[in-house]
Design a protein around this ligand. Structure first.
Ligand SMILES: Nc1nc2c(ncn2[C@@H]2O[C@H](COP(=O)(O)OP(=O)(O)OP(=O)(O)O)[C@@H](O)[C@H]2O)c(=O)[nH]1
Ligand SMILES: [Mg+2]
Length: 271
């Protein structure tokens, strides 16, 4: 997904490296192309603006201009700035607190929560945890079966909830049943809505209250591009999310949302 962006940046870098000397004009031209490449990758214009300003102030320094390989220096600066933008700190999933730990997945309808719950369970198992999938989406008739199917495909136990039950009660009962099922980490698959509404947020808030999950992750469809940032902000305001999982990265999403979610939220973007 980042291939397009990196191809474009590579060609800008090639041009910059080709210059024996760099003057302000060369650098400005290079920056203009970096800016275009980022905007075409669907990175939010405010993120791009800040990013370009940062590179400009570092690149216009005397050391760069007078170095023997100014083009190389600028390329290094852009690389370093991109790495910083993506997050220098690596933040792990929070599984602290007395077991069983819970990780709550939230997100709009169809964003990929249920599928991600399965992927997360596999990831947790690789990390030595014993995951327990909890279907807390009681509205879509097939939602519980969907998670049960995923669970049986990957050999992860799924809490036995029934449609129509109260999602908060399901989560509480699942927590109580975790150890009996030899599990130490609950993955809560919650319901989605077409739009963010009070009812959804209220329900998610009640689950959060009751379970006190160690981490709450927003699952956002990478295809929603910049909207993912606004969605993340709304969920963060109400639930104080710990991170974002961008789903459907195998599609033809342009990647900008990843850079923008990382840049605009104190929460980390995980993918
Ligand atoms: N290609 C691709 N498709 C995905 C991915 N994740 C989910 N999907 C598909 O997207 C659709 C919705 O995924 P779900 O996991 O059911 O999404 P959800 O958020 O649980 O949906 P609701 O429960 O209805 O809110 C399904 O058809 C999935 O197969 C992914 O990483 N790649
Ligand atoms: Mg679902």
């Amino acid at each position: 997904m980042f291939e397009n962006l990196s191809d474009k940046l590579e060609s800008v870098f090639k041009k910059l490296r080709g210059h024996g000397r760099l003057d302000e004009k060369n650098i400005e031209e290079g920056l203009k192309e970096v800016r275009m490449a980022l905007l075409e990758a669907d990175v939010h214009y405010r993120v791009v603006k800040r990013f370009i300003e940062e590179i400009r102030s570092r690149a216009m320094g005397q050391e760069v201009m007078s170095s023997l390989t100014p083009g190389q220096q600028v390329v290094k600066i852009v690389n370093a700035a991109l790495t910083e933008l993506m997050g220098v700190r690596h933040e792990d999933l929070d599984l602290s607190g007395s077991p069983p730990a819970s990780v709550m997945l939230v997100g709009l309808q169809g964003s990929g929560k249920t599928t991600t719950a399965g992927k997360l369970a596999l990831w947790l198992r690789k990390k030595g945890r014993a995951p327990f999938l909890v279907p807390a989406d009681v509205y879509r008739p097939a939602a519980i079966d969907q998670l049960k199917t995923i669970g049986s495909q990957i050999g992860v136990p799924v809490f036995d909830s029934a449609p129509g039950e109260d999602p908060v009660a399901i989560c509480i009962a699942a927590k109580a049943a975790a150890f009996k099922n030899r599990c130490d980490t609950l993955v809560l698959d919650t319901a989605g809505r077409l739009h963010i509404d009070e009812e959804l947020m209220g329900e998610l808030g009640r689950i959060k209250e009751a379970l006190r999950p160690s981490d709450i992750l927003l699952v956002a469809d990478a295809m929603t591009g910049q909207d993912a940032v606004n969605i993340a902000k709304s969920f963060d305001e109400r639930l104080n999310i710990g991170g974002v999982i961008l789903s459907k990265m195998d599609g033809d999403a342009r990647g900008g949302a990843a850079l923008a979610s990382r840049s605009s939220s104190p929460a980390s973007a995980r993918s």
